[in-house]
Design a binder for this molecule. Structure first.
Ligand SMILES: [Mn+2]
Length: 389
């Protein structure tokens, strides 16, 4: 380990990712943690920006925290930055209870002060920071993610494997002992293990979608996690806005051929995360295989968008392809929707049509049109359009 590989790293040993569905309890390639350690030792004194997706979930938050802790012994300081919002109550609880320091991007933050960028639980396609970091001239040091390879970034270190969660990758790094030994008496380590356990629990729908690797990771993390804290993070009550959105979704849902579709109307920005929670809820109904909930969201700055979430327990549904073909792309070639195994989402900016101000009638008229349009496209793509009213 004398000559840290600065630029060229042979990635031929990194296994070719296969669809997440086929993931088995594969062993972590033994050289990955050691390769990362070697790279860390050549970067002492650096400051890294860990970019997580715009609407960070527990998998992303805990993975970023893990990166910070494994890099710290090498004299590398990391800031965890996101350019969006944390609104899901469970995610807020995680951040607050574990006192996780996250930085929300604003124009005042000078990204050029960082030496390198790291992407965890994403590959640069779900965070607006990618373009900002590129503009600031920040090189990409590492990409550590469990989604299908997207080849947008060209990192020095890449670990993109089809696992149930990014938290699993970091649990494997920790278990390898290449970076630090977790100590059950160290409160930072206990917080980290608790956060990762929560990350992989929530990312795999309470381990239902877990592979063997997630069970191995959970077994390892459970030696250090704080169960009382974990319970407090998990048992967060739903906000009033979320309850109202679920109520609207139940009242407005249209059931057809195993698809439950609900347009919930206009939403407050703070209730954005009510959409996926409502989709989760609709999926519980008998005979429902796929649930899609969408609504119209007004941002403080006057911009508006339609956002939606898809949840399915139909293993044969190719979520990503379904949403891409149903909703298409915008004029700059960016798809409105996409997804992974059993979950997906979409976001359609209203651009010129945005901004009804306080005129609720105008907003309601707009909603009626968009609602009908989205409903038609989704039913058509699902082959259920014959009976559209
Ligand atoms: Mn994830």
């Amino acid at each position: 380990m004398t000559q840290p590989a600065e630029v060229s790293v042979d990635r031929s040993d990194v296994p070719e990712p296969t669809p997440a569905e086929d993931a088995t309890a594969g062993e972590i390639p033994a050289d990955l943690p050691h390769l990362l350690r070697e790279l860390f030792s050549g970067r002492r004194g650096e400051s890294h920006v860990v970019a997580i997706q715009d609407y960070p979930d527990p998998d992303a938050i805990s993975s970023a925290l893990a990166y910070r802790e494994i890099a710290r012994p090498f004299g590398i300081e990391s800031d965890i930055v996101y350019d969006g919002l944390i609104s899901h109550p469970e995610n807020l609880a995680l951040v607050n209870l574990l006192e996780i320091e996250l930085i929300r991007f604003t124009e005042q933050i000078d990204l050029s002060r960082y030496d390198a960028a790291v992407f965890v639980d994403n590959q640069g396609t779900t965070t607006r920071l990618t373009g900002r970091l590129r503009n600031a001239g920040i090189p990409t040091f590492a990409v550590i993610d469990h989604h299908d390879p997207q080849d947008l970034l060209d990192p020095i270190f890449s670990d993109v494997r089809p696992l149930g969660a990014a938290a699993t990758q970091f649990a494997e790094y920790l278990a390898s002992g290449a970076f630090l030994e977790l100590d059950p008496g160290n409160s930072v380590h206990v917080s980290l293990a608790t956060a990762l356990l929560h990350g992989l629990h929530s990312e795999t729908s309470s381990l239902i979608r877990a592979t063997g690797s997630e069970y191995d990771a959970a077994a390892y993390l459970s030696q250090f996690a704080d169960r009382v804290l974990l319970e407090r993070v998990l048992c967060v009550q739903k906000s009033r806005g979320t309850m109202e959105t679920i109520h609207a979704a139940l009242g407005r849902r249209i059931l057809r051929g195993g698809l439950s579709l609900a347009g919930v109307g206009c939403l407050r920005w703070a209730d954005r995360d009510a959409i996926p929670q409502a989709a989760d809820f609709l999926l519980k109904e008998e005979n429902v295989k796929t649930a899609i909930v969408y609504g119209m969201l007004a941002e403080g700055n006057g911009s508006e968008s339609l956002i939606g979430s898809l949840r399915t327990n139909d293993a044969t549904l190719a979520v990503d392809a379904f949403l891409k073909s149903a909703l298409g792309m915008n004029s700059s070639g960016r798809y409105y929707g996409g997804g992974r195994l059993r979950a997906g989402g979409f976001e359609i900016e209203l651009d010129f049509l945005a901004g009804a101000g306080d005129d609720t009638d105008e907003r309601e008229e707009k909603w009626v049109i968009f609602d009908r349009q989205i409903r038609r496209k989704l039913f058509e793509a699902a082959g259920l359009d014959k009976k559209v009213e």
